[in-house]
Design a protein. Structure first.
Length: 310
């Protein structure tokens, strides 16, 4: 009951944060395309950020890292899988050549840094520097891609500017407040659930917490698919996966260095597998087909079958 309520709060908080920050960015003169590829993608990852920071401060590193690893797996396998089943996804060339390889490289970097099962403040600074560099690169590429295709993406995003900047600030502050409350409820009751059923914090973080904090990404991708213009779904998911590792674990480990002994080689291996698999799936015809979406979902359920008996 409390976990479901916490997930609703996370969804509402993320919606407020994305709406306010997007409107404020448009007011500052940024294009809708740039807003969508950066602020919206990062904003839908705000539940993961708040939950992982809260878990790190509570010395629950397995939940913090498991949330990110599980979210990255869930984003590719479930969200892209479901979106492709709803409507085959056309893929922008930049995603294949730049963003998907960056997401794979970031996943490999995380596995390397967590080889000793810890993330230090120095490693957190390194990760956070990476998200700053990636964001800057995204802005540069977005400016170069100023073309008629940009207008299509703007329609997909349906990002609007409010009447006054004060409303933007109110949405941002209210969204953050709701996110904080929701994240605390989710972490506390997810840990209690794990203890009552004898399930490890790592498994709870990799599944329930990860799936719950990925709901904004799922909603964004499904809306794009139902509009029959789902190109933004790929950018949203790939951008969120990059931000999850570089931004979320970067910030969380700078605030509080963490240990994550409960995250196994299987979990890291599955994250790498989906990151690798995404590139050829996107490259074939530059479209993610329904059959490929079904394969992604089947592989995810296979992962759950291996994970839960532990």
């Amino acid at each position: 009951m409390y976990i479901a309520f916490a997930l609703v709060l996370l969804f509402i908080g993320a919606e407020g944060l994305v709406r306010g920050s997007s409107s404020l960015a448009l007011r500052a003169g940024l294009s809708r395309l740039m807003v969508g590829l950066t602020i919206v993608a990062f904003g839908t990852s705000s539940p993961e950020l708040v939950v992982s920071v809260e878990a790190a401060l509570s010395n629950q590193g397995d939940i913090s890292v498991g949330n990110v690893v599980g979210s990255n797996i869930f984003n590719i396998a479930v969200i892209l899988g479901i979106t492709a089943l709803v409507c085959p996804i056309p893929v922008h060339r930049q995603v294949i050549k730049v963003d998907a390889p960056v997401a794979l490289g970031v996943a490999l970097l995380l596995v390397l840094l967590l080889f000793n099962q810890t993330l230090s403040r120095f490693e957190g600074v390194l990760l956070f520097s990476g998200i700053v560099a990636y964001t800057w690169m995204s802005f540069i590429l977005a400016r170069r891609e100023a073309s008629p295709a940009s207008a299509d993406n703007e329609d997909i995003l349906a990002v609007t500017q409010s009447r006054h900047w004060g409303m933007d600030i109110a949405f941002i502050l209210a969204g953050l407040a709701v996110l904080v409350v929701g994240s605390r409820l989710l972490v506390e009751h997810a840990v209690a659930l794990a203890g009552s059923f004898g399930i490890s914090e790592a498994v709870i973080g990799l599944t329930i917490v990860a799936a719950g904090t990925s709901m904004p990404e799922l909603a964004t991708s499904l809306v794009a698919a139902f509009r029959k213009q789902p190109d933004i779904a790929i950018g949203n998911i790939v951008g969120s996966n990059i931000f999850n590792v570089l931004g979320i674990l970067g910030v969380a480990s700078v605030i509080s260095p963490m240990e994550a002994p409960g995250i196994s080689a299987l979990d890291y291996g599955v994250m790498i597998m989906f990151s690798v698999l995404l590139i050829p799936l996107l490259y074939t015809g530059r479209r993610l087909h329904r059959v490929e979406g079904g394969v992604l979902l089947a592989l995810y359920f296979g992962y759950l079958f291996l994970l839960w008996p532990e």
